[in-house]
Design a protein around this ligand. Structure first.
Ligand SMILES: *Cc1c(COP(=O)(O)O)cnc(C)c1O
Length: 473
């Protein structure tokens, strides 16, 4: 039967529409997270106990984390089943769409094909709920009453507040002062989800009071906010701490991004040549790339994988690969990672989520072993790419993924020179609807790349690296 033609149907033949997005059905959502540790030819150096210098065991972590998460942190099982309760919350926004950036490609005049996995569709507007939800779930299951945490740009705090609301947990958040002042709506969002928010440094903890005593106007840092949240959790057995990046179990949870992207690219019969992702602590980058790395390790060939970091907080490209604390006050286990020194305070750039002195030990190990490349980008280049992306693709990206976009644009322009039809994949790991003041500053021409000049940065890093902890024993 031919349906009757409606009078409004145009008579002129229209060209086949370009395929802008690749979608998965809800029942195609991954059932397991992928643990890269199972497939690494060389295992990463273990976290060490700062008192003994011995590798940390599960018991060292119980003051902060529930057993299920500790088991995942130390696990070498290849696949970890996603609990049904977690999949049920994931279904609010997952599977997330994969987009082909036709309009960006056209604006660049590139033969490259650019795909982006869009995580801004989540309740918090970023990839972070992918791990916040399971972390809240396992803590609630263990009978914990409250979670404490830090937040930089406010994305992680928002995600954890949302996740805690799903499982009846309280949530207390230390937000880095610089972002507390510049992003007031993030606080409202955390409070709307039921969280309590303090600026960091605060006078509620010893770590905060110590900093305020010497520097009352401190803009704070992620490392310091972590110290405050850890201090409060460690003192109360009914309170645990949750970290939004860096640790193995966080990267594990984020692999839903890459697993879905693999399925989506298979649907359109594409093979990726280059993956670019922004790296703060490494979780969206690891989540996107690890499933691709699994295929690459198994086949012996695969995409180039490139991490993109801010020029003002360049832990991979300018840091040292050494054991360091994850926080300022030195309360966490010693992690072997690319670090700028645990008390390095970066310039207050707008991509608050990338202002972390260290890097995931897993990502650091991969970089050390030559599985990854890394580049650093200035704030100006990143916002230029973000604005171009907004004007072509219609999504205002968070400042963090503009780093990845700037690197994708570089590659696409190189393809224009060489004529290569590379397939580029990135994670658009969040939207920038609460980052509009930063865009306003950029559009007004007020956005200073107040990155220190290279010498100042190097001096500041060198000074912080002199205070790296000694390994006992
Ligand atoms: C937190 C955040 C980041 C940085 O964290 P990673 O662990 O490196 O992913 C990047 N982008 C967005 C949107 C974030 O919220």
């Amino acid at each position: 039967m031919t349906p009757r033609r409606s009078p409004t149907t145009p008579e002129v033949p229209v060209p086949d529409p370009l395929r802008h997005k690749v979608l998965l059905d809800e029942d195609e959502m991954p059932t397991h997270w992928y643990n890269l540790l199972a497939d690494l030819p060389v295992p990463p150096p273990p976290p060490l106990h700062p008192g003994t210098g011995e590798p940390v065991g599960p018991d060292d972590l119980t003051p902060l984390f529930p057993m299920d998460l500790i088991a995942q942190e130390l696990s070498t099982e290849r696949y970890v089943a996603i609990p049904e309760e977690v999949r049920d919350v994931y279904r609010l926004w997952r599977p997330s769409p994969l987009f082909r950036a036709h309009r960006l490609e056209k604006a660049l005049g590139t033969p490259a094909r650019i795909y982006y996995k869009y995580e801004g569709v989540s309740p918090a507007g970023s990839h972070k709920p992918n791990t916040a939800v399971p972390q809240a779930y396992y803590n609630a299951k263990a009978g914990v009453r409250k979670l404490t945490t830090e937040t930089g740009a406010g994305q992680w705090g928002t995600s954890l507040a949302f996740a805690c609301a799903q499982f009846g947990l309280e949530c207390e958040i230390w937000q880095v002062r610089a972002s507390y002042d510049s992003k007031p709506y993030r606080k409202v969002m955390m409070e709307t989800f039921g969280g309590t928010v303090h600026p960091s440094p605060s006078d509620l903890t010893q770590a905060g009071r110590d900093v305020l005593a010497t520097r009352p106007d401190s803009p704070g840092s992620l490392g310091l906010a972590i110290s405050e949240a850890v201090e409060v959790a460690a003192q109360d057995p009914t309170v645990n701490y949750a970290l939004g990046s860096v640790l193995n179990h966080v990267l594990l949870h984020q692999t839903v991004i890459g697993e879905e992207a693999l399925l989506q690219l298979a649907k359109v019969d594409e093979t990726v040549d280059l993956i670019v992702g922004c790296t703060g602590g490494g979780s969206n980058f690891g989540g996107l790339t690890f499933p691709f790395l699994r295929e690459k390790l198994a086949r012996g060939s695969g995409p180039v994988i490139r991490a993109v970091e801010p020029a003002s907080c360049p832990s991979l490209t300018q840091g040292t690969y050494a054991y360091d604390f994850g926080d300022v006050a030195g309360m966490t286990p010693l992690l072997k990672m690319h670090t700028l020194g645990h008390d390095f305070v970066p310039d207050p750039i707008h991509a608050g989520g990338l202002r972390y002195h260290g890097m995931s030990p897993l990502i650091s190990h991969l970089y050390d072993q030559g599985h990854l490349e890394a580049v650093a980008k200035t704030q100006q280049d990143c916002f230029a790419a973000g604005v171009l992306f907004a004007r072509t693709e219609g999504i205002v990206p968070a400042p963090e993924p503009t780093h990845a976009l700037a690197a994708a644009v570089d590659e696409a322009l190189a393809c224009k020179e060489s004529g290569e039809e590379k397939v580029i994949l990135t994670a658009l790991c969040g939207h920038g609807h609460l980052d509009l003041p930063a865009y306003e500053a950029y559009l007004r021409g007020d956005l200073v790349d107040h990155t220190w000049d290279d010498t100042e940065l190097q001096q500041s890093v060198a000074a912080a690296l002199e205070r790296l902890p000694a390994i006992p024993g």
